[in-house]
Write a protein that binds this ligand. Sequence first.
Ligand code: COA
Length: 291
Amino acid sequence: MADFPLAGHNVDWLHREDIRPYIFVREHNRDKAMVQPKSLGWFPQAPLIFSPMQMDEVHFANQILALENLAFSHSDMAMPRWVFYDCGVMPGFVAGFAQRTKTLAPGVKSILKPSETMEWTPISLFIIIPTMAPREWVAHNLCSINSLLPRENRFYGLGFLSKAFGLWQADIDICCGITQWKSPAIRLHSHYGRFEVLTAFTPVHDYSHTITYRLKVDFNQWMKFFSKEDDIEFLNEHEYAGFEVDPNDESSLIAFQRKIEEKGETYYLNSTELRHNPLDHPLKVYKSLNK
Ligand SMILES: CC(C)(COP(=O)(O)OP(=O)(O)OC[C@H]1O[C@@H](n2cnc3c(N)ncnc32)[C@H](O)[C@@H]1OP(=O)(O)O)[C@@H](O)C(=O)NCCC(=O)NCCS
């Protein structure tokens, strides 16, 4: 534990023998999903591997879906089972953490209702799928049991580390993603690399107040999620673009979207501001100084 880079950040659960990272991946995708580049030292336990194409492992899939449906039911975006299969595990894979069913806290068991015959129960999930561009992927879904638990029973960092684990496992270079303005998840998503905004207003989505982002994965930035230190390098490499975006105001989202559509400029949000500001607070928009 002495050399553990995350020591002191309330994530000792990563060392528990009854909690392991997992990959739910079909065999044909395994080489691409399990690259495991240089050791980060963040994930002390070896991953469990499950296959979506083995009948007996359907129980694990059922539990992934049960967790997902519970976590997203309030936003009316629960994932249909066929989307999970056709659009998630066929092209991509699922990463996350699982706990031994017999050591799950009673509160967790009553929420997830796992079958006692399952050795492991997923407590988080991150679904990632490749795009047509080389080494570019789309983060399709992220959730953790934390959103269903009282604060004192949570595994701090579970959501963040589930996505980190998946990005690291597959050595993902560029990660795009989709989330809603004012979602707590934006605080996590913005910490994996410089957070470029591809769309600020997205009428093609069910929720037009959706942000589409793209980032080059940069391990060096991940620690700031835990340390909460200001990202001085970001401020050295970017300048204020001269306008803010107000997540509460549709006209502000549309105005930002128009700026993006003008082309010629790439716009970023500052992860430090996203981490520290209230979720509905206006945010400064930045552009890169390195062109
Ligand atoms: C969003 C989600 C994945 C975050 O995972 P998590 O395990 O709860 O979060 P982590 O423990 O990794 O990170 C905690 C940090 O996230 C942020 N956060 C998490 N939940 C939050 C909330 N309800 N309100 C504000 N910030 C929140 C905070 O910054 C927090 O750190 P802090 O307490 O030190 O300030 C999880 O809440 C979830 O599953 N939500 C429902 C599904 C969903 O909306 N997924 C995102 C789709 S894009």
